[in-house]
Design a protein around this ligand. Structure first.
Ligand code: F6R
Length: 269
């Protein structure tokens, strides 16, 4: 794992946006895995800015979102499709045919999940998967004890996740307790993974993910098995990392580059 610790959320977002744009610039037909939530918001804003300045085009990019609630209409203001339209897609030149969500209209969740996996494979796999980190260590909606080799499927959300997301729903409104999510195994098949995490409330999850044992109890710890993962974290979220000095030192050897290491063997993941 490459751990990049930066002072503020803005710097984290700039760094993440640079990594994403590097990937697209190298391969215009990139396949991106995308996340919702508050973590990627500023990153999306910076990407939109890059598009507006003419520095970046999403014309040939395909996207696969990590997850989607079960039971919300497409145009529901809390659906993840709506979120992505609001915060990214409607502001860039992406072809809507190239946007994918793990939705299931016919309620055959097994079939819909298998189709999502096939579609990702048909596109050649995910070049870059963007992730946030749940307070409980979840990635996507892979809650603690999710199988580390899981594929796209329907999942029951934990009470903690439902509570944490309730801030987005009107109290009188239906709030889903089920979601379809890429599995941890799906995420691990991505060629590159970029996880962004900020804020004091995530510091325990960050330690469990980076320095804890690999355990289904902290789904994000499975990223330790991936050989091309970058975790970009602000100082508040990194506060409890035992080896933070080492991560900072190893980054300083890396000349602050957002792209791949000069020599991939140095500080190998
Ligand atoms: C969202 C997702 C979730 C979030 C995580 C962190 O698509 O998959 O795993 O990344 O819950 O959420 P925020 O960023 O809101 O703290």
């Amino acid at each position: 794992m490459r751990i990049v610790i930066l002072p503020t959320e803005l710097e984290v977002s700039r760094f993440a946006a640079d990594i994403i744009s590097d990937v697209i610039k190298k391969k215009s037909r990139s396949v991106l895995g995308l996340a919702t939530g508050s973590s990627p918001l500023a990153t999306y804003e910076i990407l939109i800015e890059k598009y507006r300045k003419g520095e970046l085009s999403f014309k040939h990019v395909s996207t696969f979102n990590l997850d989607e609630y079960v039971g919300l209409k497409h145009n529901h203001s809390q659906s993840y499709r709506y979120f992505m339209n609001e915060h990214l897609f409607q502001h860039i030149d992406i072809d809507i045919q190239n946007i994918n969500f793990p939705e299931c209209i016919n309620n055959d969740f097994k079939e819909c999940s298998a189709n999502y996996e096939s579609l990702i494979t048909k596109q050649g796999g995910i070049d870059l998967q963007l992730l946030g980190l749940g307070n409980n260590g979840h990635i996507g909606f892979n809650e603690p004890t999710s199988s580390l080799s899981s594929k796209t499927r329907i999942k029951t959300l934990t009470k903690k996740t439902i509570e944490s997301n309730s801030r987005f729903f009107d109290p009188s409104e239906f709030q889903p307790s089920l979601a379809i999510t890429m599995g941890i195994g799906t995420i691990l098949q991505s060629k590159k993974i970029l996880l962004i995490v900020t804020g004091d409330n995530k510091k325990k999850a960050v330690v469990d993910m980076v320095e804890g044992p690999i355990s289904a109890f902290c789904p994000a710890s499975a990223l330790q098995l991936h050989n091309n993962t970058v975790v970009v974290v602000d100082e508040a979220a990194a506060a409890n990392l035992q080896l933070s000095e080492y991560y900072v030192h190893s980054e300083s050897m890396h000349l602050n580059s957002t792209s791949d290491r000069i020599d991939p063997k140095i500080n190998a993941n």
